[in-house]
Structures are given as structure tokens and as C-alpha cells.
Design a protein. Structure first.
Length: 100
């Protein structure tokens, strides 16, 4: 717990230092849209947007995999139950005398 707090404080310190050192104003022009902001806020916005896009691309794949895992687990349970019942029949047959 304390290690996580120390790591979090170090990360916050680094982010603050980054923002202070990159406080210069920049203009961002995208087609007809123009905004003036600090360099650190532009970089942070780009990082956040990239993270959001990455998450949106990844989520459908993760959901499909979870659904597949759930189906496969159910199938494994069914096959194990079938295997156990067949093993029970095999034991019953081995208890019978030969020729029956």
C-alpha cells in the first residue's frame, strides 16, 4: 500500500514538473478550427484522446473473448459431466462377470 502511494506521488510530481516546464502557449490548427493552449495541455489532450481511442478499439475484442471463454467453460462442464457418467458406466461393466 505504501509503495503504491509513493509511486503515485512520484508520478504526480513528474506530471506537475512536465506541466510547469511546458507552459508555453501553442496554436493548434485543424482544418478551420484553431485553439491556443499550453503545450502541456495539448500533449495531455492528445495522450487522453489516444488512450480513449485505444480503449474503444480494444473493448469489443475483450467482450468477444469473454463471451467465448464463458461458452467454452460451460462446454467443459458438460463434457466433464459426460466423462464422469461414462467412467461410471465403465466401472459398472467391469464389475460384471465375463460373458455378460
Amino acid at each position: 500500500m505504501q509503495l503504491q502511494l509513493i509511486v503515485a506521488l512520484i508520478i504526480v510530481f513528474l506530471i506537475v514538473m512536465f506541466a510547469v516546464q511546458n507552459a508555453v502557449a501553442v496554436s493548434v490548427v485543424f482544418f478551420l478550427w484553431r485553439i491556443d493552449a499550453s503545450l502541456s495541455s495539448v500533449i495531455a489532450a492528445c495522450f487522453g484522446l489516444g488512450t480513449l481511442i485505444g480503449a474503444l478499439i480494444t473493448v469489443p475484442t475483450l467482450l468477444r473473448e469473454r463471451i467465448l471463454i464463458s461458452r467454452l467453460r460451460k462446454q467443459v462442464e458438460i463434457l466433464r459431466a459426460e466423462n464422469d457418467s461414462l467412467n461410471g458406466l465403465k466401472k459398472d461393466e467391469s464389475a460384471l462377470p465375463y460373458g455378460y
